[in-house]
Design a protein around this ligand. Structure first.
Ligand code: AMP
Ligand code: MG
Length: 196
């Protein structure tokens, strides 16, 4: 049986850091997939964008098509190896929030877990200001809070269209990282049984 863990969290929450450390510690041999990377490869192939931060500004129809193609690729990969899928519950586009895993996409991927990494808006704001590599949208703490609230709501709908359990992991400045990693490792270790 495929074993897929979807890991989400708004930009700046510390998702990549937690993921990187947890993958080193788990006994299971996960393949780490970044949904945005795969989707970006598709978008470049079709001549639609030259930078990944342009994707959320494409037409809704095009983003939907790219999403589904990407999901189908991921479902194929999950047949041979447990997958840790780094993505987003919702993506903030210029017109409104886009579901990261709309119905056909979540049904295609059918994850076992949806992990949401969260932090306080003030912590997220600070981390974003320190990350100059990305073209991040500038948001207030209030907007960050709303985005995190919306992501929880989206996760509930994803659980309805899959067998996923929802796990919320907090990542706070003072000793939060270690605990957050441990919680993720506990979930990843479950894959050992599935592919034995
Ligand atoms: P990231 O590097 O995780 O911030 O993702 C980069 C970009 O990939 C996002 O800004 C979105 O445009 C796109 N992306 C990632 N995951 C999804 C998804 N599930 N559905 C649609 N677009 C996505
Ligand atoms: Mg990231």
């Amino acid at each position: 049986m495929p074993f897929v863990v979807v890991i989400t969290g708004i930009p700046g929450v510390g998702k990549s850091t937690i993921t990187r450390i947890a993958l080193k510690r788990t006994r299971a041999r996960f393949r780490l997939i970044n949904f945005g990377d795969l989707m970006f490869q598709e978008a470049v192939k079709s001549g639609l964008v030259t930078h990944r931060d342009e994707m959320r500004k494409l037409s809704l129809k095009v983003q939907r098509e790219l999403q589904l193609k990407t999901a189908q690729k991921i479902a194929e990969m999950a047949k041979v190896q447990p997958i840790l899928l780094d993505t987003h519950c919702t993506i903030k586009t210029p017109l409104g929030y886009l579901l990261g895993l709309p119905r056909e996409v979540i049904e295609t991927i059918n994850p076992n877990f949806i992990v949401i990494i969260e932090a306080y808006p003030s912590e997220i704001l600070g981390r974003r200001l320190r990350d100059l590599k990305r073209d991040r949208d500038v948001e207030t703490e209030e907007q960050i809070k709303r985005h995190q609230d919306l992501n929880r709501a989206a996760a509930i709908t994803y659980a309805m269209y899959s067998n996923a359990l929802i796990k919320i992991i907090e990542n706070h400045e003072d000793k939060g990282l270690e605990e957050a990693v441990n919680e993720l490792v506990k979930i990843l270790d479950l894959a050992v049984r599935e592919y034995a």
